[in-house]
Write a protein that binds this ligand. Structure first.
Ligand SMILES: Cc1cc2nc3c(=O)[nH]c(=O)nc-3n(C[C@H](O)[C@H](O)[C@H](O)COP(=O)(O)OP(=O)(O)OC[C@H]3O[C@@H](n4cnc5c(N)ncnc54)[C@H](O)[C@@H]3O)c2cc1C
Length: 407
């Protein structure tokens, strides 16, 4: 059992493992990660894991850039490759509104010297065999975008952290916080109390439960994200770019010879975090367990771009809650009036892509430095005092996901 670590991270998802490695790299003290299941067992392993480089939300492009730098460093440290699929991304706009968004993306790419090419729709149809539509399109191609296996990335953060002395307590649940006045002094687990210099709540969609115990409601809620994977077939070449299709509320990428496609519900499902099971293999959204409601609602919109959808066999369905916020931003930093504790959560479908930047930002704050990232958009108190368990609040977070149009 851990003896008084300087930094105790709750949660062994992609955030917790990245934070642990970044902390170990600073050499600022002993680091322990406490995870109640196995590493990457919750939201992380279920992600589509698109590493979209350009994001229009303030601050997120920089967090993503840092992730790619971190991946390079960790690959070198461990001596193996995470085998990113460097396929590029196609952004397809079929309405005035989405064309406007795409123009903004092109402008942001130019500002960051990130390659962006306008391509002819006919060229897009040739590159993507399943794509065909009568609608008038503008198409942008970003050749450097990639995706990877989120489980392997998390294990790489964890292996690199272990090599630097981080201790992992798996299958150990944090059951409460220890405090003295305004200071969080450690955690209680099923087996023992662990005192710590700084406690970091990286508990994904459960993060709000621990923060509420510390006296602050986090501006997030568990909201369902999901995708389907088709059976393999000749329409789905393995090296195809991933595709962002906001007019169909959809994104796609290749997956084991088939096509992974995600659809964003018009009204996303959410649940009370106090009722979220610890093991996501249990039913979380029993009102629509296999996503059929959304397939019926949004499938026809996707079919306008993917005419063969109706005849395509679906092989898998994957769903998980992720910690959505109304403004599509993360939740990073200290809680008002609480010392000795930091939070790293919020997701908005970009947590894998931004995990390296988030790990570094939290390590900087935990070691008493100013972060060199712009974190004001991610402050845990940016919505003031809220009741994050209320239905109204959860609805606002669900709308945050339903309104998302980026990759
Ligand atoms: C379907 C889907 C598609 C996605 N696609 C993308 C994408 O394309 N690109 C992208 O960047 N992101 C994507 N995401 C988002 C991404 O998966 C998340 O942002 C990221 O995994 C969040 O990681 P986390 O470490 O915060 O949470 P988690 O992975 O949920 O980790 C939290 C950990 O905390 C542990 N824990 C909780 N409470 C306790 C406790 N009391 N004691 C001990 N341990 C505890 C849990 O067991 C869990 O392992 C997607 C998500 C989903 C669901």
């Amino acid at each position: 059992m851990a003896h008084h670590p300087d930094f105790l991270v709750i949660g062994g998802g992609v955030f917790g493992c990245s934070i642990a490695w970044h902390l170990a790299r600073t050499g600022a003290g002993k680091v322990t990660v406490v995870e109640r299941q196995g590493l990457a067992a919750a939201t992380t392993s279920r992600a589509a894991a698109l590493l979209t480089r350009m994001r229009l939300k303030p601050g997120q492009t920089a967090l993503g850039t840092e992730t790619r730098r971190t991946i390079d460093e960790i690959e070198e440290e461990l001596g193996f490759s995470l085998e990113q699929h460097r396929v590029g991304s196609l952004h397809i706009a079929a309405s005035p509104q989405t064309r406007g968004e795409l123009e903004k993306l092109a402008a942001a790419a130019a500002e960051h010297s990130e390659p962006f090419e306008w391509i002819d729709p006919e060229d897009a149809f040739k590159r993507i065999p399943w794509l065909q539509t009568e609608r008038e399109l503008r198409v942008g191609f970003m050749p450097r975008d990639s995706y990877l296996d989120p489980y392997r990335l998390t294990m790489a953060y964890a292996d690199a952290a272990k090599a630097r002395g981080v201790e992992f307590l798996l299958e150990t649940e944090v059951t409460g916080l220890m405090r003295s006045g305004d200071r969080i002094t450690g955690v209680r687990t099923e087996n023992a109390n662990i005192e710590a210099g700084c406690v970091i709540d990286a508990a994904g969609p459960w993060a709000g439960l621990l923060a509420a115990e510390a006296g602050w409601h986090l501006p997030l809620a568990p909201v369902r994200s999901h995708y389907w994977i088709t059976a393999p077939g000749p329409l789905f070449p393995k090296d195809n770019p991933y595709v962002i299709l906001p007019d169909a509320r959809a994104y796609t990428r290749p997956e084991v010879g088939g096509l992974l496609f995600g659809l964003r519900d018009k009204a996303s499902l959410t649940c009370d975090p106090r009722e979220l099971p610890a093991d996501l293999a249990a039913p979380v959204f029993p009102e629509d367990p296999e996503g059929w409601d959304v397939l019926i609602e949004s499938g026809p919109g996707l079919q306008e771009f993917f005419p063969a959808l109706a005849e395509t066999e679906l092989a898998h369905y994957v769903a998980a809650p992720s910690a959505y916020t109304p403004d599509g931003q993360f939740v990073l930093g200290a809680l008002p009036g609480v010392t000795g504790m930091l939070v790293a959560s919020g997701c908005c479908g970009a947590g894998i892509a931004c995990s390296g930047g988030i790990g570094r930002a939290i390590a900087e704050l935990a070691t008493g430095q100013d972060s060199h990232f712009e974190l004001k958009h991610c402050r845990p108190d940016r919505f003031g005092e809220i009741d994050s368990f209320s239905e109204d609040w959860r609805k606002r977070c669900a709308e945050g996901r339903s309104g998302k149009t980026s990759g």
